[in-house]
Design a protein. Sequence first.
Length: 422
Amino acid sequence: MSEQIASAPSCVDPFEPGMITVAEALERIGERVLPVHACERLPIRECLNRVNNEAVKAPRDVPPRPNSAMDGYALAISSLAEDGITELEEVGSAFAGTPFSGTLGAGQCVRIMTGALIPEGADAVVMQEQAEVGADGRIRVDSRHRVGENIRQAGEDVARGDTVIEAGVRLGPADLGVLASLGIAQLQVKRKPVVAFFSTGDELVSVGEKLEPGMIYDSNRYSLYGMLARLPVDIIDLGVVRDNPESMREALADASARADLVISTGGVSVGEADYIKPALADIGTTEFWKIAIKPGRPLTFGQIGSSIFMGLPGNPVAVMVTFTQFVLPAIDLLSGTRRRPPLLLRARATERLRKKPGRTEFQRGIATLDQNNEWQVGKTGKQGSGILTSISSANCFIVLPDDSDGVEPGDEVSIQFLDWSM
Ligand code: AMP
Ligand code: MG
């Protein structure tokens, strides 16, 4: 009896035609989604988080001239005796922004501050902690010093002609600093992708409206808005679309005329009110519609004209899971930058996690550091795909691979921090 059960095909997860793995879905998204063409030239501050269109070559050296890395004394090493102490005459000072204008002779030194240009005739800076000022005001230095000591050479950070930022890089704070250090005030970046989204469902009302029996508030448009608003994209919120074929077709046609990426939620299962797939078949093409993922199995990916379409499931947690796993990479590709592979960390499960083999699961967890500074993780209570608080109270996904059949306390698992929890 038990043998029979073991060898019988699982009736919970029967072989499902058309269902592809998470990795395959990502690969096919990667093949379909092309970067936007248009670019704009912007002041560098406005380029933060935008994608650089052409490699940036340094127009000059940084630093432009040799300068001091320390507060101390600039001198010529040839002035120092091979052994013992040398006394030097201090002939002036050099400050950042106010160089010493003369030339150092033998036996002379210049008081110098960090960032000041190295005076003519000097080839080292002795830090002030290693020099002594004698009662007569002469500067006493021992013989341990070497040519180039405490000097930042011209071009040491960036040499003229170096590529400092490759094309296709999403510009971060340090990139803005590098651009500014080169005197570059403006940069050509890809335009922001336009993302339009709508919810589907006859049961949905928007916040601010009265909740009649049988209706629920539309939460997906708000969590989607929250995830999109953090990204460098232009957003169009198209509201709620009712469950009928004409409204869906109209909404898809309108959205695709205005956006590079169209996202809908709901209406992608196999129920009788699920009109997204037939509407897409009418006015576009379908690439795939079922992924071995939990939550989020019914996800329709295709194209309408030159726009990418992603029909996410209706369940609120599935929306957020599929957004992080599939929409984010698609937006990276549209933006013209490389897809960032998710950063998975190892953590020790603090409790039992139930799972059946067959799909990659994204359970919602809270990861904390244990006494040994290692990650441990537990789940956030009930894990149903409609339990939105399972994700609002989480700081990470617990990612369980297709073949996992559950986790025991103490087992190692992979976790992926939620972008917005960090
Ligand atoms: P569907 O995929 O349209 O069958 O929706 C699956 C489940 O998610 C149903 O219980 C819907 O009521 C719910 N749902 C769909 N869209 C939303 C939404 N925008 N906000 C909250 N719940 C939704
Ligand atoms: Mg629905």
